[in-house]
Design a protein around this ligand. Structure first.
Ligand SMILES: [Zn+2]
Ligand SMILES: [Zn+2]
Length: 253
């Protein structure tokens, strides 16, 4: 399973993009940079999108992707019902953009929506997809994706913590976990800081006995130096390596 980080940050600029994680060129988790990080040919190869929650930095790529791929068939958009509701009500709603569920002058339909039930494994393009609820102030899930060969990742999506509730349900080779702020901002918004990361990883190790590979994602770009220093301290204390995601990073699992 090839994991390609299209966007690794909480905000965008010429150097940074919001979250999208592309698996084997075909399955994309979150749509923050699904159009801005991929060539048109690469966008045509994507056949399914999993959305963790409705915040704009995670869904913004959907409409332009849908226009690009209108001529190349339908892409499945998967999430829990409240996320799909928000997307269809506020973004691809026939006002801001077309709904993309019917034929348009330039092709289509290009999107098809699929509701996922939490804790129920679903087959998406041959991958086993498990949506696990996480706390974030709006309905949100993390995803465990397992390839046909058995490689797996779990991406938390955005969360304010309490992942001890999620850990019993997942067992990934790679844990992709959000860390948005440095410790000085801890508790100021519904996200994790490195000190929270440490608590979440300790809980994981306590519940599961050991830790998988860990990759931190969703940093505020202009706070990243401070975040990286504090993540390094967490890694030292836990006696593990913790990676920090960057745009166009590729990991083979
Ligand atoms: Zn976000
Ligand atoms: Zn969010």
């Amino acid at each position: 399973m090839q994991v390609r980080i299209l966007g690794a940050h909480a905000n965008q600029s010429r150097e940074t993009r919001p979250i999208s994680i592309l698996i084997d060129d075909v399955l994309c988790i979150d749509a923050g940079s699904i159009s801005t990080a991929l060539t048109f040919d690469e966008q045509h190869r994507v056949r399914a999108i999993l959305l963790t929650h409705q915040h704009f930095d995670h869904i913004q790529g959907v409409p332009l992707f849908a226009i690009t791929t209108a001529a190349s068939g339908v892409t499945g958009v998967y999430s829990i019902e409240p996320v799909l509701d928000a997307l269809r009500s506020h973004l691809v709603n026939g006002v801001i953009y077309p709904t993309f569920t019917e034929r348009l002058s330039f092709g289509g339909p290009s999107l098809e929506f699929h509701t996922l039930d939490p804790f129920t494994e679903t087959d998406v393009l041959g991958y086993r997809v498990l949506a696990v609820p996480v706390r974030h102030g709006v309905p949100a899930v993390g995803y465990q994706v397992t390839s046909p060969a058995g490689a797996s990742l779990f991406y938390t999506g955005d969360t304010l913590g309490g992942l001890a509730d999620a850990w019993p349900h997942v067992a990934p080779d790679l844990l992709v976990i959000e860390v948005t702020f440095p410790n000085s901002w801890r508790g100021s918004a519904k996200h994790l800081a490195p000190a929270d990361l440490e608590q979440e990883l300790l809980a994981y190790r306590q519940i599961k006995g050991s830790l998988p590979d860990v990759l931190v994602i969703h940093m505020v770009p202009w706070l990243e130096d401070e975040i990286r220093r504090e993540v390094d301290e967490v890694a030292r204390r836990l006696g593990i390596e913790i990676g920090v995601a960057f745009e166009d990073m590729v990991i083979d699992l």
